[in-house]
Design a protein around this ligand. Sequence first.
Ligand SMILES: C[S@@+](CC[C@H](N)C(=O)[O-])C[C@H]1O[C@@H](n2cnc3c(N)ncnc32)[C@H](O)[C@@H]1O
Length: 259
Amino acid sequence: MAAVGESVARPASAGGFEEALNAIAGIEGWLSPDQAERLWQRAREVEPPGEIAEIGSYRGRSTILLAHAASPGVAVVAIDPHAGNDRGPHQIEGTAEEGEADHAAFMANLRKAGVADRVRHVRLTSAEAAPEVGGPLDLVYVDGAHRYAPARDDIAEWGARVRPGGVMLVHDAFSSIGVTLALIRLAFFGRLFRYEGRSRSLAEYVRADLTSRERAGNALGQLAELPWFVRNLVVKVALATGFTPLARLVGYRSDEWPY
Ligand SMILES: C[S@@+](CC[C@H](N)C(=O)[O-])C[C@H]1O[C@@H](n2cnc3c(N)ncnc32)[C@H](O)[C@@H]1O
């Protein structure tokens, strides 16, 4: 629960988005360039003394981007138990060794990117980490366990810690079944989060207090994403079964798991 290590390069937030994108090139993880840009923009807008919390860091791809974007005086907290479970697609049950490997890669990647002293890593689950993180938070990035129950808890509990006007970004929205069901339950019809749009599966919400009329429009905006969710499910079935013509039929040209 301390800074990850000694930073050896130039201070974070010295450069722009392209520099941040270069810093994460080659780092394993799930964050496309357009998603990285949305994440970078929202993090760059946080004013000191603000606080950014990330749930689910894996090997540091999104963490490094956040640290690059954050202005001096803005705290960046990365929450990940690196325990080997819920690591990514097809990796729900893992081993402690895999978790240790992720942790070692995370530390090395942050050091190499020169942002190790900009990040406070809390090596706990998001539920355990709650007392370790202050708040209210300006930006929460939810990308931890994607099964329904933990995704629901992350969106409910960490979303509640976002200050009015602050931002919650949710990865694998309208793509993962667990995350999408959690959003349907908590964000589609509620009054606390205004849906702002998405970059692929990276959905953006602003903490609000919506009127009844605004809630109806907010629900419609998210319901309109459900055809894209169904398309992603079709792609996943096609890739999982090896029946790739099905993926091509819905316009998917890649062999990579969609996110
Ligand atoms: C999809 S990866 C995160 C990817 C990362 N954001 C990136 O840009 O590459 C999910 C991560 O969530 C972590 N995780 C699993 N369960 C968690 C929990 N209960 N709380 C916080 N993180 C969790 C895993 O260890 C894994 O590193």
